[in-house]
Design a protein around this ligand. Structure first.
Ligand SMILES: [Zn+2]
Length: 255
């Protein structure tokens, strides 16, 4: 599981390589499942960044995923998540499995463009706002609530559930389910019946050593009433009644 670790660090932005790289190999599961989780690097982010108000292209904690592992250029992650993803992708490649990133960090503005494009679908003509929001929330997050804001989460291989039931997609997800947790990546939107929120997303993988710390940070900010209200997009006023924080943001599977 140590394949490519050194090259991974260089691949993920040598110019901004951290001084204390953390071996991205097999953290014990408990390392990212405690209530008081700290990332291996002790990462703490600005809460506004976690709500998507961040420019990963200029932020020192973000790097571009090497194009070899992307469907398109310019996909970015936080450095630790990126280097670990590259190590995982290299390990998968040795077994003939290609882990290709389709989407990684998305800003509030990017998520808002996705949300508004869906909100204005012709088929929603005449619908109540709450029904439009619920329908979009089948798979897409309200701006400000997406784990993609955090720089820890990736969509891999395909955005169609059916693609993971046969052929290459089935092999990809089987490999991930067998191996990703050893790298700290977890399938958060599973079929787990105890889970609320989005439908299952076999393509969405989250780097938990950072993501759990960031979710805990948001929960603490919320407990202190320091989390700003959702605003700036269609249906934002529905966020609380729809349970965006409790049902969706906290509606994740943990192994
Ligand atoms: Zn996703």
């Amino acid at each position: 599981m140590t394949v490519g670790v050194a090259s991974a660090w260089m691949a993920c932005g040598a110019a901004t390589a951290p001084t204390k790289p953390t071996a991205p190999t097999s953290p014990p599961a408990s390392a990212f499942l405690t209530d008081t989780v700290q990332s291996a690097t002790g990462a703490v982010a600005d809460v506004r960044e976690l709500l998507g108000h961040v420019d990963p292209a200029t932020h020192p904690d973000f790097v571009a995923i090497p194009t070899a592992w992307c469907a398109r250029e310019g996909l970015m992650l936080r450095t630790e998540a990126c280097s670990t993803f590259v190590a995982m992708a290299e390990a998968a490649a040795l077994e003939g499995i290609r882990l290709e990133a389709l989407s990684a960090t998305r800003t509030f503005a990017h998520q808002r463009s996705i949300w508004e494009r869906k909100w204005s679908r012709p088929r929603y003509m005449g619908w109540e706002g709450v029904d439009i929001a619920r329908d979009i929330l089948t798979y897409s997050s309200m701006p400000g609530s997406s784990r993609h804001h955090w720089g820890t989460d990736l969509d891999l291989h395909s955005l169609e559930s059916d693609d993971f039931t046969h052929g290459e997609g089935q092999r990809v997800v089987a490999w991930l389910r067998a191996n990703a947790e050893g790298f700290g990546f977890v399938e958060v939107y599973t079929e787990d019946p105890a889970r609320t929120g989005y439908l299952p997303e076999p393509w969405h993988w989250s780097y938990m050593p950072l993501a759990e710390a960031f979710l805990a940070q948001l929960e603490e900010a919320r407990a202190r009433n320091e989390l700003p209200a959702f605003a700036g997009f269609s249906g934002a006023e529905l966020a609380d009644s729809l349970g965006i924080f409790d049902a969706y943001m906290r509606g994740i599977h943990r192994p």
